[in-house]
Design a protein around this ligand. Structure first.
Ligand SMILES: Nc1ncnc2c1ncn2[C@@H]1O[C@H](COP(=O)(O)OP(=O)(O)O)[C@@H](O)[C@H]1O
Ligand SMILES: [Mg+2]
Length: 271
């Protein structure tokens, strides 16, 4: 091996060898159609526990659609039809008896634009807990502090808990929506381009935050920013025109991709 060969193939386990028991989420032969048109074809993948998995690929390749399959957000769209299986901790989440509210409690979601509720910082963070019927002030206070600390926001807002969330900066609002999502301790956090509306410095704050969260949660991150995927994720899945082209350890995908399409994409020759 030449000295110039980058250090690759880190100690992360080969994702193709990940057993069903170690997968938090799993899709099997997943097909999704919008008005009969296929937008995801035969996607089979396993998302490892307490890691960050990035979904990358050109705009329109199906990243958001795939992410929404993980908490049944596509159910809200009558034009959308799905075939195949999606499992959370081994259970098919599309089985008839699945409680969708309970599912979304386990699989939280953060969107591109920060979307705090028009309430105080505190009321935003404890929103989900109150929906769960928790009203004990001490429990709520503790949970709020824990979630805000985990979201790297506590020091900035601990004296502003009663202020309206809209008065926070954009980056603070995005961390607040992350705090709100993790306050109810989901199994998985889905993030759909969570930094694309933010400036570069704020983006780094959120990236550091994501890295710290993987000690507690499984993260699935959609990003069109390849540098971001390379910086924060452990595994990367590259999608192109609704198909899963390559899914492997992030270092490997970016330094020695197995597929020519992946190489074309990461070198900017594929749109
Ligand atoms: N609600 C919808 N109705 C019909 N087509 C949609 C809808 N949402 C997305 N699509 C189409 O599905 C494909 C995948 O979209 P999407 O998952 O949003 O891609 P990405 O997130 O990778 O940009 C695109 O062709 C898009 O136009
Ligand atoms: Mg998208």
């Amino acid at each position: 091996m030449s000295l110039l060969t980058p250090k690759i193939f880190p100690s992360l386990p080969d994702i193709s060898q990940l057993s069903t028991e170690h997968a938090v989420l799993e899709t099997e032969d997943l097909n999704v159609f919008y008005q009969g048109r296929p937008v995801l074809e035969n996607i089979s993948l396993r998302i490892p526990k307490r890691r960050i998995t990035a979904l990358i690929g050109p705009s329109g390749c199906g990243k958001s659609t795939l992410l929404r399959c993980f908490n049944r957000m596509n159910d809200l769209n009558d034009d959308c039809r799905m075939e195949g299986a999606v499992r959370l901790l081994g259970q098919d989440i599309y089985r008839p008896e699945q409680d969708v509210v309970a599912l979304r409690r386990q699989v939280g979601m953060v969107f591109q634009r920060p979307n705090p509720f028009p309430k105080s910082v505190y009321d935003n963070v404890v929103y989900g807990l109150r929906l769960l019927g928790i009203n004990d002030r001490r429990l709520l206070d503790e949970a709020a502090e824990r979630a805000l600390r985990a979201a790297a926001l506590w020091h900035e807002v601990k004296d502003r808990l009663k202020e309206n969330a809209f008065r926070l900066s954009n980056g603070q609002q995005q961390r607040l929506t992350i705090a709100r999502a993790i306050a109810i301790e989901p199994e998985v956090l889905l993030l759909d381009e969570p930094t694309s509306a933010l400036d570069p410095i704020t983006t780094l704050t959120i990236e550091e935050l994501m890295s710290s969260l993987k000690n507690q949660f499984t993260l699935v991150l959609v990003t069109h920013n390849m540098q971001q995927a390379a910086r924060v994720s452990d595994y990367t899945a590259f999608l192109h025109q609704g198909r899963l082209v390559e899914y492997t350890a992030t270092d490997r995908l970016f330094t020695s991709p197995a597929q020519r399409k992946t190489e074309e994409y990461i070198t900017g020759r594929l749109r």
